[in-house]
Write a protein that binds this ligand. Structure first.
Ligand code: GTP
Length: 304
């Protein structure tokens, strides 16, 4: 881990950068844009990201291993939220540098709580102002940046728009300056440490989230029961777990239409991601109050 937070030039660098911020500030979109591929699922609903996800960016002079943290939750009563908080805090402590993502011109109590945590942890913090495409004229950012600089010491401040890919080429080398000198940890062709099964489950969850919008039951998760290749074709069976039978009806939809469309969209993306034809079967099953129960969480793979 890099004990020296001052940047310097030199040999190849490699280390961990955690992406942190309150829910919905654009962390997953930023990670995907930096890596120029979809690693983490994105939706307009807060709390989409549940897992610690590594995205790996390999450049000639540096390899940056990104950790996409679930948003920190206040008053973590449910087991799921407690799990998410633990995962987020571990990511921050283990990082060489923390990217604190704040939506440009929006400062809330939730942002302050994340900042308090970051300051307490004491790793170097890069302030990333997200969604600047929404700010016109750009000069409105200046007083906001000044205000932010009074709140804490940031080693760098950088405005970006993940949606327009603006300033991302500047961000990567900035991050690299705060990583220790080290050879790469991963081969250059590897972009994530997540298994294909995990990615398949995330794709199903994303398609459901996009289709169901506000109707999406919070307690929903996807498990992969079969992931096999036969004669160049992938056979994937996935179970969508819901908490109550009423939610099952929502996920399936009238005449099964909702589930059919979810499956179709997921299958298309999987074929593209895994570069071969995919045969996908989806089931919806009820597991009562799973997100409240530590045991059920472990069964579904949420314990690390
Ligand atoms: N205009 C604009 N919208 C953005 C940008 N980046 C993200 N968004 C939108 O903001 C919303 C939240 O984005 P996410 O990337 O899922 O946010 P997150 O911080 O990972 O959210 P959690 O998973 O809840 O922690 C989505 O609707 C995105 O499309 C951006 O650069 N510009």
């Amino acid at each position: 881990m890099n004990q020296d937070s001052s940047p310097s030039d030199g040999g190849h660098r490699c280390g961990f950068a955690a992406i942190v911020g309150r829910p919905n500030v654009g962390k997953s979109t930023l990670l995907n844009a930096l890596l120029r591929r979809k690693i983490s699922i994105v939706s307009h609903k807060p709390q989409t990201t549940r897992h610690r996800i590594l995205g790996i960016l390999t450049q000639p002079q540096a390899q940056i291993i990104f950790v996409d943290t679930p948003g920190l939750h206040a008053g973590a009563r449910r087991a799921m939220n407690r799990h998410m908080n633990r995962a987020a805090l571990t990511s921050l402590q283990d990082a060489d540098v923390n990217l604190f993502v704040v939506e440009a011109l929006r400062w809330t109590d939730a942002d302050q709580r994340v900042l308090d945590e970051l300051v307490r942890i004491g790793r170097p913090i890069i302030l990333v102002l997200s969604k600047v495409d929404k700010v016109t004229p750009r000069a409105r950012l200046l007083p906001f940046i000044e205000e932010m600089s009074r709140r804490a010491h940031f080693v760098e401040v950088i405005p970006v728009s993940a949606r327009r890919h603006s300033n991302l080429d500047t961000l990567a080398p900035l991050i690299a300056r705060y990583l220790p000198e080290s050879p790469p940890h991963f081969p250059p062709e590897q972009h994530t440490d997540r298994s294909d099964e995990f990615q398949a489950a995330e794709i199903v969850r994303e398609k459901l989230t996009l289709r169901l919008h506000q109707e999406l039951p919070y307690g929903i998760t996807v498990g992969i029961e079969r992931f096999e290749e036969e004669e160049g074709r992938l056979y994937i069976n996935a179970v969508i777990w819901v908490e109550r039978s009423g939610q099952k009806a929502i996920v399936i939809g009238q005449g099964g239409e909702q589930l059919k469309e979810t499956g179709r969209a997921a299958r298309l993306e999987m074929s593209e991601r895994f570069k071969r034809p995919v045969h996908l079967e989806l089931w919806v099953k009820v597991k009562e109050n799973w997100s409240d129960s530590e045991k059920a969480l472990r069964q579904l793979g949420y314990e690390e």
